[in-house]
Every structure is written in C-alpha cells, then in structure tokens.
Write a protein that binds this ligand. Structure first.
Ligand SMILES: *[C@@H]1O[C@H](CO)[C@@H](O)[C@H](O)[C@H]1NC(C)=O
Ligand SMILES: *[C@@H]1O[C@H](CO)[C@@H](O)[C@H](O)[C@H]1NC(C)=O
Ligand SMILES: *[C@@H]1O[C@H](CO)[C@@H](O)[C@H](O)[C@H]1NC(C)=O
Ligand SMILES: *[C@@H]1O[C@H](CO)[C@@H](O)[C@H](O)[C@H]1NC(C)=O
Length: 338
C-alpha cells in the first residue's frame, strides 16, 4: 500500500515542451549542405549494426524518414542551465543506506499509474488521480524565466514555474489544436504561442485549473542517488547531448559511437538494469513516438555519465493544492517528504 501512495510523488513533466522545440537560431555554425541533408543514413546503420562491441542496434526509424539534420535539431531545445540558477537549486544526495534492486522499472513498480509508460506528453500521478498538465501554459506563460519559448528552455526553470505559478490542466489550455496538431510540433514550426491566461473551455477557471509543485530540486550526479530518487519518488527528468547516431537507435544499450552533436534533449528516466552482456544501463522514455527506438523507449549506458545523462537530473514534489478536494490530511502530508 505504501508503494501505491508513493506513486503520488512520481512527477512527470514538461519534457514535451523541451523537445518539440525549434532551435532556429542555433544553426549558424553548421554548413547549409549538412543542415539540409537527411538525418538518417544507411552508412551509420551499417556501421553500428556491424560493430559487435557497440552494444546496440540501429535502423532507419520511420519517425525521421523525411527529416533533414536541420529539422531534427529543431526537436532538441534544452539549453545549459545558467550558473546562478544551478547554484540556487537544492541538490538531493542519498546516503548509501538502502539496498537497491539490480533492476527497476517505474512502469511495473507503479502499475496503477498508467501515464508513466505513456510516450507522448502525459503527466501522471498525483494523489492517485491522473492529472494531465498543460504544456501550452508553460511554453506561453513562463516567459524568459523558462528560456526562450519555442527556441528552447531550462528543465529546472520549468519546475520552478510549476512551484511558483502552477500549471493549468491540459483540458484548460490544450497542447493540441482543433486539427489535432500539437503546438508547436506541426511542420513548419509554429511561433511561441501567446499567453492568454484563459481556459479554452468556458466553464473552467484559469486559477482553479492550476496545479502546483511543492519544490523543485536537482539530484546529485552519482548513479546511486539517481537510482534511490527514482526508487523512492518515481521518474526524474534528465537532459543529455544527442549525437547523429542516436536518431538511428533501435534497441540495446546506447552509447555514442559516431556522428556530430545535434543538441540538448530532455527525457524521462524510469528505471535501470544490467544487460546479458553485463553492461549497466538506464531505461528512459523518449517523446519521439512509438515509431522511434524500442517502442518509444531507449536504454543508455549507466554509471559513466554517457552523453551527460547523469549530470542534469531534476524533479519536483507535487502539491495537493487544487487537486481533488476530498483528500484526508494524512494523504497530503506523505508527499512532503523527499
Ligand atoms: C564500435 O563500438 C565501440 C564502442 O562504442 C567503439 O569504441 C568503436 O569505435 C566502434 N567501432 C567502429 C568501427 O565504429
Ligand atoms: C516522405 O516523403 C515521401 C516523398 O516526399 C512521401 O511519399 C512519404 O509519404 C513521406 N513519408 C513520411 C513518413 O512522411
Ligand atoms: C489513469 O488512467 C488510466 C487510463 O486512462 C487508468 O487505467 C488508470 O487506472 C488511471 N490511474 C489512476 C491512478 O486513476
Ligand atoms: C506514432 O506512432 C504510431 C504507432 O506506431 C503511428 O501510427 C503514427 O503514425 C506515429 N506518428 C508519427 C508522427 O510518427
């Protein structure tokens, strides 16, 4: 039962905005010919799949079959967090007291929280209810604090906005428009939406639709602390550097093998394990749809800070404010502990 309750602190995030981003301005350093070439290359697939020590398999992912390098880079909107922000964010470290399992997967640890396993931008889990938060609110209304709207943002700043301003539900301010297009995910890129502070549905109030986080924090980069946080409180948001070969990922334990830097990307870390070959890995949910990678998921080498995956780990603790009214106080106090 305790496990079920812990589900309330499994907090998942605004990854979608950080990934459906455009990064138009950052392209200047790349030659136009490379910018316009296709992101997927048979030569990369061959090179990875022939390499017995690569540890992972590549394919020509249908998700990116028509993407140029420039378009692929549009999906990668994470900016390095400014120093001042980093220094003022609390860092959680776990002393090595708890014996953690060799293998862990948040999807099976909290099966009642279906949104953990949802690949597209659904936010799960507070107080045993499914809450889906508005990406649009964050994208349009967080302003320069979160970064640069559709041109990218800082993961920790999104969590801080969640603490101080709250985020309305997706029902109030949906991410998808009438034609089913995700905003700003439809091609060609959309400009950053205007902050309207008004629910689309007439009967919903903006202020009442806000949900909050109690705190926003970073987790120490040592793998044990990251594991302990996921084990106790649920998935965390991580950022890492995407190289060209990553677009071709199909299965196995990814590590960078070939290709140039494409940009920074935020994803959801949901578990860990060790492969049959004895390689430690993290399990992550990407937002590139199920047609990419291992049904939308991927594994990456654990314990060596592969592509910076262990460097920038952030999370928050959901607040009971404006969530279903009928909670007992006992329920609410539980989520205040990290
Ligand atoms: C094969 O993969 C290993 C591990 O990633 C790497 O060190 C090596 O350079 C790769 N070889 C080729 C030919 O790409
Ligand atoms: C890619 O482009 C080709 C030709 O322009 C088109 O026929 C095909 O449907 C496109 N594929 C996807 C997945 O959009
Ligand atoms: C969340 O929604 C899914 C289906 O939409 C449902 O299966 C699941 O039980 C719900 N979880 C909770 C905690 O209400
Ligand atoms: C997302 O994945 C589903 C299932 O594989 C597929 O039907 C759909 O076309 C994909 N959408 C995109 C944009 O790739």
């Amino acid at each position: 039962m305790a496990r079920a309750r812990i589900c309330i602190t499994v907090l998942l995030l605004f990854i979608a905005i950080l990934t459906f981003q455009s990064q138009v301005k950052a392209e200047t350093s790349m030659p136009q010919i490379k910018h316009d070439s296709k992101i997927l290359q048979e030569s990369i697939v061959e090179r990875i799949n022939k390499n017995a020590t690569a540890g992972w398999k590549a394919d020509m992912s249908p998700r990116f079959s028509n993407y140029t390098v420039g378009q692929f880079k549009h999906l990668l909107g994470v900016k390095p967090t400014p120093k001042g922000v980093l220094q003022s964010t609390p860092v959680v470290t776990y002393p090595k007291r708890l014996k953690l399992p060799n293998q862990f997967d948040a999807r099976t640890a909290w099966p009642q929280c279906g949104t953990i396993g949802r690949i597209l931008d659904r936010f799960c889990i507070q107080f045993d209810t499914n809450v889906s938060l508005s990406v649009n609110d964050l994208l349009a209304c967080c302003g320069f604090m979160c970064g640069d709207g559709c041109d990218g943002g800082y993961p920790i700043a999104a969590w801080r906005y969640f603490v101080y301003s709250g985020v309305v539900t997706d029902e109030c301010d949906p991410y998808f428009d009438n034609s089913g297009c995700s905003h700003p995910g439809c091609e060609p890129e959309y400009p950053t939406p205007k902050c309207a502070r008004k629910c689309v549905k007439q009967n919903l109030l903006w202020k009442k639709s806000k949900h909050y986080s109690i705190k926003a924090y970073r987790i120490s980069s040592d793998p044990y602390s990251i594991m302990a946080e996921v084990y106790k409180n649920g998935p965390v948001e991580v950022a890492f550097t995407v190289y060209e070969d990553f677009a071709h990922y199909k299965s196995g334990v990814y590590k960078h093998t070939t290709g140039d830097v494409m940009g920074g990307h935020a994803v959801k870390l949901i578990g860990w394990g060790t492969s049959d070959e004895g390689e430690d890995y993290w399990v992550l949910a990407n937002q590139w749809n199920r047609s990419w990678g291992d049904d939308g998921y991927f594994k990456i080498r654990r314990g060596t800070n592969e592509c910076g995956i262990e460097e920038d780990v952030v999370a928050g603790t959901p607040s009971a404010r404006n969530v279903v009214q009928e909670f007992s106080d006992a329920d609410i106090s539980l989520d205040a502990s990290i």
